[in-house]
Design a protein around this ligand. Structure first.
Ligand SMILES: [Zn+2]
Ligand SMILES: [Zn+2]
Length: 262
């Protein structure tokens, strides 16, 4: 099985993930411009979006859909999202060729299985995904206020976990953000801190972890990695995942099947 994955962008300014499993190609979120996506797909030596199997949308926040209007106009792709999310997205994009999904109801696109999970975040119906084909298991949790045993149970034994590590708790508390904004980010419908993310990684033990959606104001890739590794080391000497950190500008590393075997 051939497998290729790249976080094209991962920050509060824009998020989009490219995933290819054999000949099925997917975009998860389209929170950067179509032009940027086109450029990156060229760099990845992949065809344009008209040859994609589908686009999946996790939730309606601008940093996850702002490229979608142009993409829909140019390529008319089929998009998978919940009914409530579509109601929020449609006024910004116009009509989309849509397949509605529901949390906890698995579906298949091409030859790839998707299981959407309900997650707490201040959007109308946000989802996380476990994506599988054969033995390959990939999990995607972007914006998420808190994890739960429901998520832990579903996300065990992953080959790859893509997860946000939004903020360093100490940095956010000491930041110049308003009290209300700090509360929103820290709340159960806000974002995961480095420590939350570390706890989730430790509980689910994925082989490879891709850290994304790192705040530009209250975190850095270096701090995120050191806080996560410190916390994991503190609790476990035997588990050592491989980490890929997505920079706040530019794309993450390209992960392919041969690298997964290492
Ligand atoms: Zn976001
Ligand atoms: Zn969001």
């Amino acid at each position: 099985m051939y497998f290729k994955l790249c976080v094209l962008a991962g920050s509060s300014k824009g998020n989009s993930i490219f995933l290819r499993i054999d000949e099925d190609r997917f975009l998860i979120d389209a929170g950067i411009s179509n032009r940027r996506i086109e450029k990156q797909l060229k760099e990845l030596k992949e065809p344009n979006l008209s040859e994609f199997t589908g686009i999946l949308i996790t939730h309606e926040h601008t940093d996850h859909i702002q490229g979608l209007k142009t993409i829909v106009k140019k390529y008319q792709p089929k998009c998978w999202l919940t009914f409530d999310t579509y109601q929020k997205v449609r006024p910004k994009t116009g009509p989309i060729d849509t397949e509605f999904i529901e949390v906890a109801e698995a579906f298949i696109i091409g030859e790839v299985h998707f299981l959407p999970f309900e997650i707490p975040h201040d959007a109308v119906d946000p989802v996380a995904y476990v994506i599988t084909k054969g033995k390959l298991r990939i999990g995607v949790i972007l914006d998420c206020g808190q994890t739960s045993t429901y998520l832990l149970d579903g996300f065990r034994d992953l080959d790859v976990l893509i997860i946000e590590a939004n903020h360093s708790f100490d940095q956010l508390l000491g930041s110049s953000y308003s009290y209300a904004l700090k509360n929103r980010i820290l709340s159960s419908s806000g974002h995961l801190s480095n420590w939350h993310t570390a706890d989730f990684i430790l509980a689910t033990k994925p082989k490879l972890v891709i850290i994304t959606h790192i705040s530009e104001n209250n975190n850095t890739p270096e701090i995120a990695l050191s806080e996560i590794e410190e916390r994991i080391d503190f609790d476990s000497k035997s588990y050592k995942p491989y980490f890929v950190i997505v920079p706040s500008k530019g794309r993450g590393a390209i992960i392919s099947h041969s690298e997964m075997d290492e």
